[in-house]
Design a protein around this ligand. Structure first.
Ligand code: TYD
Length: 262
């Protein structure tokens, strides 16, 4: 069953939750971000979450291409990612992940530039049209990687983020896993990008990724109303059950766009 169909309307076509909260029925979509260190399983969970939200998890796998395309166009959920999840982002992503190392400050500014374009081109239009957005990585990545990981003062990173005035997510799911377990997953997967290769390398004895993981945990402690911490060390099915439970509990299904735009 699709989450966005989870709550039946009453006789007047209003959702129970809408009446409880008094929220307008024509609300914007909900913005969910998925965070965690490299190798935490973000992409798997983001894909499953989007399929579930869209109600397509039980669709037959081999349907004709044209129908697949039609379905894509009708999707109520935008699945996207940072860095690079917009038309101008491919170049920035390559520069950040494959380019020659830049200073930490330049790297920070490139991530912010990418986010600005991503919000303008993809995230804001989708939310304003009532679609939900599931985004792999967002501002908490910048705080955890550029401050805890790279060592830029937290107040400096927060200062840049304040200046940018990026939209705050409705819910952030932090897939929490230790750096050694994540590293083992990455190595099974194959090629490491520039940032991933810094994970616990000989050159970085304190453990870049261990610091990032710690940063995420501290961010979650500071913002418990937005950031839900889920144990990502178990198998993908169990993690996804926790993701579903978290979204149902925190986002009050029935207020979202699925009710209005089917
Ligand atoms: P990601 O796309 O998750 O890598 P992959 O596709 O290989 O799983 O993220 C790319 C890298 O960029 C990741 O190591 C985290 C880093 N990153 C930052 O350091 N700061 C940021 O603000 C963002 C968005 C990502």
């Amino acid at each position: 069953m699709s989450l966005l169909q989870a709550e039946e309307p009453d006789a007047r076509g209003e959702s129970r939750m809408t009446k409880e909260t008094g929220a307008a029925e024509t609300a914007e979509g909900r913005f969910i971000t998925i965070e965690g260190i490299d190798g935490c399983g973000k992409s798997t969970q983001a894909k499953r979450l989007c399929e579930w939200l869209d109600g397509t998890e039980k669709e037959p796998e081999k349907e004709p291409e044209r129908r697949q395309n039609q379905r894509q166009n009708q999707k109520k959920v935008l699945r996207t990612f940072e860095p690079g999840g917009w038309s101008g982002g491919e170049f920035l992503r390559r520069l950040l992940l494959e380019g020659s190392p830049v200073t930490s400050r330049t790297e920070l500014l490139l991530f912010l530039a990418d986010r600005s374009g991503h919000l303008d081109a993809e995230i804001e239009p989708a939310l304003l049209s009532g679609r939900w957005v599931v985004c792999e990585r967002y501002t908490d990545s910048t705080l955890a990687y550029q401050s805890w990981g790279r060592g830029i003062a937290l107040r400096e990173v927060e200062g840049f983020l304040d200046l940018c005035r990026f939209r705050t997510p409705d819910l952030t799911i932090l897939l929490d896993i230790g750096a050694p377990a994540a590293r083992a997953r990455l190595e099974r997967r194959g090629r490491l990008d520039r940032i991933e290769s810094e994970l616990d390398s000989e050159l970085d004895k304190e453990g870049f990724m261990a610091r990032v993981a710690q940063g995420y945990r501290e961010l979650a402690k500071r913002r418990p109303e937005r950031i839900a911490v889920l144990d990502a060390a178990s198998d993908a099915d169990r993690v996804f059950e926790a993701v579903q439970e978290c979204v149902l509990r925190r986002l009050r299904p029935g207020v979202g766009p699925g009710r209005n735009s089917a």
